[in-house]
Design a binder for this molecule. Structure first.
Ligand code: FAD
Length: 475
């Protein structure tokens, strides 16, 4: 019996597997595809995800494989010009990195940390009782775990089997995404695309490196069976329908479909089973949020589930996964819906776009939008308190180094500017380090393993109460 089975080995599942392995939780990842998905869906990572990779000592691998694009802001919805904005983050840039590379690095990391990963493992049924979860696979094999997390994407079988509601908007438009070669000279292709985009902003095709072109074109209809991949002929037909030419596309590396369906699970947990990533929320890819959101879900859930397995999770800790992450996803859905509207060439959205273009000039508006996309402005509702309470702590200098280097093992951390506070009773779960209180806005701060501030103050008795709230009873 495993501690945790993760159904789905995409970025969310692999991030979660690594987070659990930091705490010695036994993990089995079941991934349906026998080979990694070659489709380049996500093109990059936003500042909060980059911070997370830094907090786990993973960032160097990503930086070596990606390209930094400095500064947040620039454009909203790819169309409303905004001022460049400086975010309060040591990682104030977007990291351009194709999803297959992100997926590969996260998979390698999960395997290095000891997660068992089975490919070609199609989960067909789950059944739970008070003690655990039983999983059946398409090949007739079975597996058991104390907990299961469905990281199995937008069409999640786990979500459907749990009977979790997935309210929202059904797909109205479907797009075909293709990575192909093209015979038309790039200059000619670029000129035609610019012309088409005057009236169809969701159309595009352009060079994507390695001699390939990445193209996105609306499909003729929303496919009934979205598991059937589009054909090259279908892609060519749609290119011709919008641009009058198919640009001579041939030799696809990948062809996939995606839609503008926007839905959010109304629960993230039933008994011993959780949902994370696209299994819990889907939305159009505008703003490049989905993978980032999934990684951050995993980062929130991992330490909490590990705490339950180790036996020290305080009451309500597991349920805080839903109360913290559901509003964040709701916010992202609102943001992507708004961006989708702004792309329309209809008079109403055009007027809103003009108005927004003026609004972003006002103090704080461009910062507000940039923080939303970067996810650095998230504040979990941990009650009233100083500005940093419930927010992620930015990186800062601490005794002998910098904060994010001290978070690699996924433990709690007391940043003590008083020199007099103690974590005695919790030292198996929480470390203590001296820090300058000027950086903290308080004499001392207690960080959860995901780097969010759980307490600020200077009083040992008050600290002990909050230790117990987040890290369970003392030894
Ligand atoms: C065109 C496009 C562009 C995008 N651009 C961005 C971007 O720039 N930035 C961004 O953050 N996001 C972007 N996204 C979204 C991003 O790709 C997804 O949000 C992300 O892949 C979600 O990760 P996940 O691990 O939750 O789900 P998935 O990546 O869908 O992984 C789920 C995994 O579960 C497996 N699985 C499914 N069912 C089963 C089963 N029954 N048994 C076992 N395994 C199963 C699947 O094979 C898959 O590997 C984009 C998406 C699209 C379509």
């Amino acid at each position: 019996m495993y501690d945790v089975i993760i159904s789905g080995g995409g970025p969310t599942g692999m991030m979660l597997a690594s987070e659990l392995r930091l705490h010695d939780v036994s993990v089995l990842v079941l991934e349906r595809d026998s080979e990694p998905n070659p489709a380049v869906r996500s093109l990059g990572l936003h500042p909060r995800s980059i911070e997370i990779l830094d907090q786990r000592g993973l960032l160097d691998r990503f930086l070596a494989a990606g390209t930094r694009y400095p500064g947040a802001g620039g454009q909203f919805a790819g169309i409303v010009p905004t001022r460049p904005v400086t975010l309060a983050s040591t990682h104030d840039y977007i990291l351009g990195i194709p999803q297959p590379v992100t997926d590969r690095i996260l998979t390698e990391r999960a395997a290095e940390l000891g997660a068992e990963i089975r490919r070609g493992a199609d989960v067909t049924e789950i059944e739970q009782d008070a003690d655990g979860v039983h999983v059946r696979l398409a090949d007739g094999t079975e597996a058991d775990a104390r907990w299961l997390v469905g990281c199995d994407g937008g069409r999640s079988l786990v979500r459907r089997q749990l009977g979790i509601g997935f309210p929202g908007d059904a797909a109205a438009t479907e797009w075909i995404l293709g990575e192909v070669q093209a015979t038309m000279p790039t200059e000619e292709l670029t000129a035609i695309v610019a012309e088409v985009r005057q009236t169809h902003r969701s159309f595009g095709i352009g060079p994507a490196g390695d001699g390939l072109f990445r193209g996105v074109v609306p499909a003729a209809t929303v496919a009934e069976d979205r598991t059937v991949p589009p054909t090259l002929d279908e892609f060519r037909t749609q290119l011709r329908a919008f641009a009058g030419t198919d640009f001579g596309v041939h030799s696809p590396r990948s062809l996939t479909r995606f839609t503008d369906a926007t839905r959010l699970a109304d629960r993230y947990r039933v008994g011993r089973v959780f949902l994370a990533g696209d299994a819990a929320h889907v939305h159009p890819p505008l703003g490049g949020q989905g993978l980032n959101l999934g990684i951050q879900d995993a980062f929130n859930l991992g330490w909490k589930l590990a705490a339950a397995i180790a036996g020290w999770a305080p009451p309500g800790l597991l349920d805080s996964y839903f109360t913290e992450r559901h509003p964040v996803a709701e916010d992202v859905l609102t943001l992507t819906r708004a961006q989708s509207e702004l792309l329309s060439v209809e008079p109403g959205p055009r007027a809103v776009r003009r108005l927004l273009t003026e609004l972003v000039e006002l103090d704080g508006v461009a910062e507000f939008l940039a923080e939303k996309i970067a996810s650095t402005g998230i504040r979990y509702n941990l009650g009233d308190g100083p500005r940093l309470l419930g927010r992620r702590m930015p990186d800062l200098p601490v005794a002998g180094g910098r904060l994010y280097d001290l978070l690699h093992d996924g433990r709690g951390l007391l940043l003590d500017g008083t020199g007099a506070l103690s974590v005695a009773g919790w030292s198996d779960r929480v470390d203590r380090v001296a820090a300058a209180d000027a950086e903290l806005d308080a004499p001392a701060a207690l960080l959860r393993p995901d780097g969010y501030v759980a307490w600020l103050g200077d009083d040992q008795a008050d600290l002990d109460i909050h230790m117990q709230l987040w890290f369970g009873p003392p030894d």
